[in-house]
Design a protein around this ligand. Structure first.
Ligand code: UTP
Length: 408
């Protein structure tokens, strides 16, 4: 793209500030900035009009979860089916590690965070060790995809290599980068993160499937006959991945996706609740849950909207082709965005200073026809590390690890 073309593109969308330092850049920086202006999809900015309005929702109704007593009763059946799906190579795992982890406040990828007390125990290590349990149990090296972003790819790959992938087989791991979206200030002006570089951030964890396809990895799925992908977050250090009972229950239920859920700790707990929306599976955010929904009871007298998702889903691959990005909502999220000020100085804000644009994996669920909410025991499988202290923190995750006899 020429300078003139870039000026025209930016003028049309009122983002001319992105060229304010152009004349001070060297030739290489100039050409990189022009390519970035060319490649950036600024159309996400139109979603700024949704800020503060919420998205339109359909009619909610309850979706029954498969509860612990049924899972216990049918565990042999589920286990056998799950082990078979794993041994036949029909199941893969996909780690969502493209997030910025800004709340944790570390500059490194979240998985590099050491939660150990007397020894080093990295988040990546906890996750891989959990997956290795299933590898050993089924005597099968499960294909592991790791999604990173432009911001943390090199650090993630070199860290895992240096740690010898915590015992995982290198040739069973495939890394790929997710796509990025521009980040802007409260007036919708896109920031520069360097004088010659537009501020961008990963476009949300729903980007995993389209980014995977763009990287040509759907060919691996076809070639290896992978039918199910267990997609999970980097920050839950108790995460069980591809555990045979979950895989088996989902496969035998003939659904488009299985979703691990935990019983809510309180009716107003801040978790996304699994339900139906206009008859299709959906996740209603805690702030969208009406008082009527909180009070509703099922035929057993239990709260009807009682199961929260923990970002661990087993997707049926053949149905993923129907999930398209343009049908999914964009979430405009307030975040801290590093930028360069008028003088060209880099600023790392301590408070949110603008918006990022994200599509979330939970919105993929609504595009699928059917979902099995599968109950797991919170204390055994859910220890997210989002913050340094307090709720969902390094502290709370450590204490849950210790309760599960994991040495730290
Ligand atoms: P979070 O919603 O906790 O976001 O991600 P985050 O970016 O990691 O953290 P904060 O909000 O800045 O503190 C949940 C999961 O989705 C992944 C994260 O890596 C984590 O596993 N994720 C999130 C992506 O892979 N890509 C994204 O664009 C966003």
């Amino acid at each position: 793209m020429t300078l003139e073309e870039a000026k025209q593109k930016l003028q049309d969308i009122k983002q001319e500030q992105l060229l304010q330092f152009y004349e001070t850049l060297d030739e290489n920086q100039k050409s990189n900035l022009l390519s970035q202006i060319d490649e950036t999809d600024f159309s996400v900015l139109k979603h700024l009009s949704t800020v503060g309005k919420g998205t339109e929702k359909g009619e909610f109704s309850p979706l029954k979860a498969m509860q612990l007593d049924e899972i216990e009763r049918r565990k042999d059946e589920f286990y056998t089916a799950g082990v078979q799906a794993i041994k036949e190579g029909r199941t893969a795992a996909l780690l969502l590690a493209g997030g910025m982890g800004t709340r944790l406040g570390s500059d490194n990828p979240k998985g590099m965070y050491n939660i150990g007390i007397t020894k080093e125990v990295y988040i990546f290590q906890r996750i891989i060790e959990n997956l290795l349990d299933v590898v050993k149990e089924t005597d099968t090296w499960i294909r592991l995809f790791i999604m990173t972003s432009e911001k943390n790819h090199d650090a993630t790959v070199s860290f895992l290599k240096e740690k010898d992938y915590f015992g995982y087989r290198e040739d069973r791991i495939v890394f790929f980068k997710q796509d990025m979206a521009p980040a802007c200030d409260y007036n919708g002006k896109v920031y520069l993160e360097e004088p010659g570089r537009i501020a961008t951030s990963p476009n949300g964890n729903a980007g995993w499937y389209s980014s995977m396809v763009r990287a040509g990895l759907d060919q691996i799925l076809t070639k290896e006959g992978i039918e199910w992908i267990d997609v999970f977050a980097v920050d839950n250090v108790l995460q069980r991945i591809c555990d045979p009972c979950f895989v088996g229950a989902t496969v035998l239920s003939n659904v488009s996706v299985g979703a691990k859920v935990v019983k809510k700790a309180a009716p107003d707990e801040k978790v996304g609740v699994i339900c139906l929306e206009d008859g299709r599976p959906s996740i209603v955010e805690y702030y969208e849950l009406s008082q009527d929904m909180m009070d509703a009871k099922d035929d057993q007298g239990e709260p009807a909207y009682n199961y929260g998702v923990i970002l661990n889903y087993l997707f049926h691959v053949p149905e993923l082709a129907e999930v398209t990005d343009d049908k999914m909502a964009y979430h405009v999220v307030e975040k801290k965005i590093p930028y360069v000020d008028e003088k060209g100085q880099k600023v790392k804000p301590s408070e949110p200073n603008g918006y990022k644009f994200e599509q979330l994996v939970l919105d993929m669920i609504h595009q699928l026809d059917s979902c099995l909410p599968y109950e797991v025991v919170r204390e055994k499988e859910f220890a997210p590390v989002k913050n340094p202290t307090g709720i969902d923190s390094v502290e709370s995750a450590r204490s849950l690890c210790q309760k599960n006899h994991i040495e730290l």
